[in-house]
Design a protein around this ligand. Sequence first.
Ligand SMILES: *Cc1c(COP(=O)(O)O)cnc(C)c1O
Length: 360
Amino acid sequence: MKTVYNFSAGPAVLPKEVLQEAANEMLDYKGSQMSVMEMSHRSKVYEGILNEAKADLKELLSIPDNYKILFLQGGASTQFAMIPMNLMKNHEADYIVTGQWAKKAAQEGQLYGKANVIASSEDKTFSYIPDLDNLAFSKNADYVYICENNTIYGTKYSTLPDTKGIPLISDISSCFLSEPMDVTKYGMLFGGAQKNIGPAGVTIAIIREDLLGDEVFEGTPTMLRYDTHVKADSLYNTPPAYGIYICGLVFKWIKSQGGLEGMKKMNEEKAGILYDFLDSSHMFKGTARKQDRSLMNVCFITGDEKLDKKFVEEAKEEGFENLKGHRSVGGMRASIYNAMPKEGVEALIKFMKKFEEENL
Ligand SMILES: *Cc1c(COP(=O)(O)O)cnc(C)c1O
């Protein structure tokens, strides 16, 4: 059987060890003779799973006590609405638009107030992060919104904007736990789990306590209020119970790999060898501005759409799955999240070299 490497942007590759452990425990979780999927979310056993996942996440990111960790549903996209519903108290917020996800968030914000686009990189197909030194924040902005790693375009903020005390909200769906970050720099962080943390269905939000008032947009459904989930400790209703369990196993796996420092080191190595190859290739070319390159999503083209298509097809035959770029930009994208082993990236580079020799 050929080795398959999955470069999907999400749902994406998970650590083999985690999947094996979940398989071992599938029918009998630690002597309970039940699968985690079958358990009451209010049982002692499940409470342990949830609390441990939360504690491990808190430890990995060094989340201070004045931040609440919420396990929610609805994907990152539901947060695009929950954020303004709950946090846009003055009905105004600033958005930096660096891709489709930030753009969608700004459009959703517009439903609840003034969502000002204070910077954008749409003029060059979102291939760069705009200048952050001369941003004009709005006087009444309740928050400044960014998407920190742009999954579709392969760009990432290498520094954060200095928001002059306005709470910074960041979508970290596709760089969650890929390297250490300073949580205290943010008012809120959030992301869907399916890129780097676990299965689709779990959304994680980390919110600074003082932002959580009971003043919300009129008519906000109970389920879409952060304070509902804070008060109930993510057990207001049935949470995505099995998904949270898998996230918990992934947190333990990351801890066993040297935590976020370990992840960063591996991710820099993996992305480094791939970008080095792209920079030396006579056929393939990276599409993101160099200083804004993502460690997680590596986007590239040959410059010839037919050749791109041929490459994606032949790569698939060799076991390199999901290398096609997002439907809105074309080209290729290799998503090399935490769980992608370095051998996978090395094998891809070897295949790209061979393809280049045969087709140049
Ligand atoms: C995938 C993705 C989303 C959308 O996530 P859903 O969970 O499908 O709603 C939002 N933001 C970023 C950065 C993403 O990569």
